[in-house]
Design a protein around this ligand. Structure first.
Ligand SMILES: NC(=O)c1ccc[n+]([C@@H]2O[C@H](COP(=O)([O-])OP(=O)(O)OC[C@H]3O[C@@H](n4cnc5c(N)ncnc54)[C@H](OP(=O)(O)O)[C@@H]3O)[C@@H](O)[C@H]2O)c1
Length: 288
């Protein structure tokens, strides 16, 4: 199988290097700026193409690793110029978009996929290391799915296969785990800042607590891992939190109550069975 890439950025280069490291050969790269293609080619022992038509004619599998907003335009442009060959595989690596973004390639007889690494690629060398333990989500044409599965089996990466209609929900989940986690940490650090603990020191102090919680979730799942005042049904403690937030950081009250309501739902699965305590906490956490 000959692989080619359009878009010699962080993901295109790191994933190309990863394929090569695992014994696959990369045919080459085309990018908006030829210098990027040259850098990618050097790192993957492949070719930098000045003409996209030449790259497409020499490969079986095209990875479009441009920014999300460019994927469809790049694909449509290749289709308009009738550069695709029947039977070629065309994939993009966006988490948000489904494979159908590549439908013009499908109309030309190609098999289309979205193949998303559940990983953040900020820096190429680190990404290359992280790829070893990265899950990939795969969505697209069933006909050649066995080839994609075989590829990832050889790479040694676990995969999820997801239905096209759930692609946006999958991406929403990834945002919750990654982006909203950042927001959650940011919110907690603001509370500590109000006490006079700066962000850097605050994060250092809470990291072991956060890591411990993650390990507990890993070991026993969310419902059993939950500890703290809501899991114990401590109404007075929760009331004191809301009171001080109303006094000191009123902009955070709505967030605290909403998270509290959701935490109460988790608590009632396993840890908190007393109906009176649940009702009292529901009342305290009610938004006004
Ligand atoms: N970064 C992540 O953490 C991450 C994680 C998972 C998935 N992804 C997905 O991976 C894909 C690539 O993301 P990235 O972070 O690697 O982006 P990136 O670093 O910005 O790289 C994109 C590359 O595409 C090239 N490009 C832009 N428009 C082009 C066009 N019209 N034709 C040809 N080449 C073009 C740019 O090339 P020049 O350098 O030549 O200008 C750039 O180097 C996206 O679909 C993204 O959603 C990213």
């Amino acid at each position: 199988m000959k692989f080619g890439f359009i878009g010699a950025g962080k993901v295109g280069i790191a994933f190309g290097m990863y394929l090569r490291k695992k014994g696959f050969s990369i045919q080459g790269y085309f990018s908006r700026n030829h210098i990027s293609a040259q850098i990618a080619a050097e790192k993957t022992n492949s070719q930098a193409y000045k003409k996209v038509e030449q790259l497409i004619s020499e490969i079986d599998f095209l990875w479009i690793t441009t920014p999300d907003d460019e994927i469809q335009a790049v694909c449509n442009h290749l289709a308009e110029r009738k550069l695709f060959r029947e039977g070629q595989i065309v994939a993009h690596m966006s988490g948000a978009a489904p494979s159908i973004l590549l439908k013009e390639a499908q109309k030309r007889g190609c098999h289309i996929y979205s193949i998303h690494p559940l990983q953040s690629f900020a820096e190429i060398e680190k990404a290359l290391k992280d790829l070893e333990s990265t899950y990939f989500s795969i969505e697209g044409d069933l006909e050649k799915m066995h080839l994609i599965e075989a590829l990832f089996k050889k790479l040694g990466n676990p995969i999820f296969k997801i239905a096209t209609k759930y692609k946006a929900l999958y991406h929403a989940a990834a945002c919750v785990f990654s982006n909203y986690l950042v927001t959650l940490v940011d919110e907690g650090l603001h509370y500590l800042e109000r006490i006079g603990i700066d962000q850097e020191e605050g994060f250092k102090a809470v990291l072991p607590l956060m890591m411990g919680t993650l390990h507990n979730i890993e070991a026993m799942g969310t419902a059993k891992a939950l500890t703290g005042p809501i899991a114990r049904g401590d109404q007075l403690t929760i009331e004191s939190h809301i009171r001080i937030l109303e006094n000191q950081m009123s902009e955070s009250v709505a967030f605290y109550k909403r998270m509290g309501q959701m935490t109460l739902d988790v608590a009632s699965v396993e840890k908190l069975k007393d109906k009176e305590k649940i009702a009292a906490l529901e009342y305290i956490l009610k938004e006004v």
